[in-house]
Design a protein. Structure first.
Length: 306
């Protein structure tokens, strides 16, 4: 379990100077008024699309697979909006890491906070099921201002970025837990903590079940949600933050506690994918479509990506 990291002189090594420059530039940009940040973020995303051709193709293919009824022009427009959201996601990361609490609070409202409080009153932990929206970093900061919790994550390969992101994420939350630390997650939940966990990515065939996801029949879905639920006995609910299109900020959605969660591993994978689908449809253009969500296929089945 990762606690607040300490700064060391090693982080000033010349190999980190370029990274420091980028961090400094991001800090400067997010000091600007939010409407300006909003415009800059969308513009940066449109520029990024021109250089991230492979990711754009992946996003287009994912939309094609998930929404076969969507026209080609609609998919094209969705990819453009998705990359605008990518640019905003970078800005929102800076906002999450560098904005003071007072400024963050001005730009969001919450729907369903009582759902989380009721779940925590049952003397058990709460597994907070999240999805990979572009505003994920800011969503974690906002959630922590409402109710500090713990979150699973993948440690960064760069010591400097690990220090920066962990320090930023813990400005309003308790601790970070490596996504491979099953014992740490279960232990925290058994102690009554709220722990964020995102089961919406392809983690490979090991520890996964194949279940439907939108129009794709067999999608590798981590069994981690099911295992953690069985071992911890935690309540489960979703937390999603959506960026408002009118530049007025964000809304954090906290769902009621999930009911009738299956006791069968395969059925549980189908269940959680339906939950994730519902959350994505709050703002599909803000979801991480550039991830190769369908890279793991059943044995003998061809790749869905060129």
């Amino acid at each position: 379990m990762t606690q607040l990291p300490k700064f060391t002189a090693a982080l000033l090594h010349p190999r980190y100077w370029l990274t420091w420059s980028g961090i400094g530039l991001l800090w400067l940009i997010v000091q600007l008024p939010y409407p300006v940040i909003f415009r800059m973020g969308k513009g940066l995303g449109r520029i990024a699309q021109q250089f991230m051709k492979r990711r754009a193709r992946i996003a287009y293919r994912n939309l094609e697979l998930c929404f076969p009824q969507m026209s080609e022009s609609e998919r094209h427009d969705m990819v453009v909006k998705n990359f605008e959201s990518v640019g905003m996601g970078l800005m929102e990361t800076g906002m999450a890491w560098f904005w003071p609490d007072e400024r963050v609070r001005k730009w969001f409202d919450v729907e369903g906070l009582d759902n989380l409080k009721r779940a925590q009153m049952q003397n058990r932990g709460v597994m907070v099921v999240g999805v990979h929206f572009m505003s994920l970093e800011l969503g974690g900061r906002v959630m922590g201002l409402c109710q500090p919790m713990m979150a699973t994550y993948r440690p960064h390969n760069s010591a400097l970025m690990e220090w920066v992101q962990t320090r930023g994420r813990m400005r309003s939350n308790k601790a970070m837990i490596s996504r491979n630390n099953l014992r740490g997650m279960v232990g925290a939940l058994k102690k009554g903590e709220a722990v964020w966990f995102a089961p919406d990515q392809d983690y490979g065939p090991k520890g996964s079940s194949f279940a439907p996801f939108f129009a794709v029949k067999d999608v590798a879905t981590t069994n981690g949600t099911f295992v953690i639920s069985c071992l911890s006995g935690a309540a489960m609910l979703t937390v999603t933050m959506v960026r408002k299109a009118d530049k007025s900020g964000y809304r954090l959605h906290i769902s009621p506690e999930m009911a009738n969660y299956p006791e069968d591993e395969s059925e549980a994978a189908t269940f959680i994918n339906k939950v994730i689908e519902f959350e994505i449809m709050r703002a599909p253009e803000q979801y991480l479509w550039m991830h190769r969500r369908f890279k793991t296929r059943p044995l003998g089945e061809a790749s869905l990506y060129i």
